[in-house]
Design a protein around this ligand. Structure first.
Ligand code: FVH
Length: 290
């Protein structure tokens, strides 16, 4: 509890993580490339380091929250030798392979590596609803449970350092496609004078109700039971998507968000699966080559 931990990177997220640690009375040394961003944390009791070297002298875990994988290497490569024997918790968003690459780099330098993927925005840190996915060193995860718990619910995905990122990215695919779909719908009703705010009032409960379909879709995929009873067929879905694309074009709205989904469904029908369930989209995606 008294060994100072280090925060490298004090953007919106890094600052929120450090602020939660300080609020819990954890001594913290903070560093940021642009020093001004460290001032507020300094006023709340953090020790502000002028250099990365100075920041890592504390002995506690080193929490890295930078823009991307490249910036992580830019900051920690020069001090690699001094990090030997330390625990590095990297909460920067990276791809699974970038996380694995960093873990290999860490082993080469005698560093214990825990990768984290934050499923929250900065204002949620330390609040109910914030979650962080972890993978990599189990010892680092267990030893730092209390610290990690200050930020949100902690989920450990095992020793493969890429698994937290993989789960993060898979979930973000759902989020971004939902946002894009919502915006296409908003543009369609917007073409007839309906505000996006009014549309959101209707769309929000509808999408929330539709998430209730996910466990059934998942069960179909896991059982590979696309011919089972009660499923919406690909042919039915194709007709619906064709109508949605037409309606979008008729309102003068670009249908580029929806067209790839329509194409996937059509390819499965061409392959002879038209009477089977729409969850076969999964088969098209996992067998297609980019
Ligand atoms: N903000 C969010 O909602 C999310 C939610 C989920 C996960 N993320 C990820 O967290 C990482 C940091 O995000 P952030 O919100 O703190 O981002 P910024 O406020 O833009 O701060 C970026 C920090 O990175 C520093 N930095 C960038 N490049 C370098 C570099 N080459 N060398 C040293 N530091 C660098 C930057 O420093 P400065 O510009 O202030 O000098 C900031 O400290 C990110 O991976 C999200 O995907 C956030």
């Amino acid at each position: 509890m008294t060994t100072p931990m280090t925060f490298l990177g004090l953007g919106a997220m890094g600052s929120a993580l450090a602020a939660a640690a300080l609020a819990a009375g954890r001594p913290s040394v903070v560093w940021n490339r642009t020093p001004d961003r460290a001032r507020a944390l300094g006023e709340h009791g953090a020790t502000v380091a002028r250099t990365v070297n100075e920041a890592i002298t504390g002995g506690g875990p080193i929490i890295v929250c930078l823009l991307d994988h490249q910036s992580v290497h830019a900051v920690i490569d020069p001090v690699a030798a001094s990090l030997s024997g330390r625990v590095l918790i990297n909460l920067t968003t990276t791809t699974p392979n970038q996380a694995r690459e960093l873990a290999v780099w860490a082993v080469e330098h005698g560093i214990t590596y825990l990768d984290g993927a934050i499923m929250a925005v900065p204002r949620m840190i330390g609040q109910p609803g914030a979650a962080i996915l972890y993978s990599g060193s189990q010892a680092a995860f267990e030893e730092n449970r209390e610290l990690l718990g200050l930020w949100g619910h902690s989920d450990y995905f095992g020793t493969d350092p890429g698994m937290a990122s993989l789960n993060d990215m898979a979930m973000l695919v759902g989020m971004y496609t939902m946002f894009a779909g919502f915006l296409q719908g908003a543009a369609m009703v917007g073409a007839e004078g309906v505000s996006a705010t009014e549309f959101a009032r209707r769309q929000t409960p509808f999408l929330a109700a539709m998430t209730g379909q996910l466990p059934a879709l998942a069960a179909t995929v896991d059982a590979e039971d696309y011919a089972g009873a009660g499923q919406q067929s690909l042919e039915f879905t194709e007709a619906a998507l064709a109508a949605l694309v037409t309606a979008s074009v008729e309102t003068g709205v670009n249908a580029d968000v929806l067209r790839p989904v329509h194409d996937i469904v059509r390819r499965q029908i061409t392959a002879g699966y038209g009477r089977q369930g729409t969850a076969r989209i999964f088969e098209e995606l996992r067998t297609s080559r980019n």
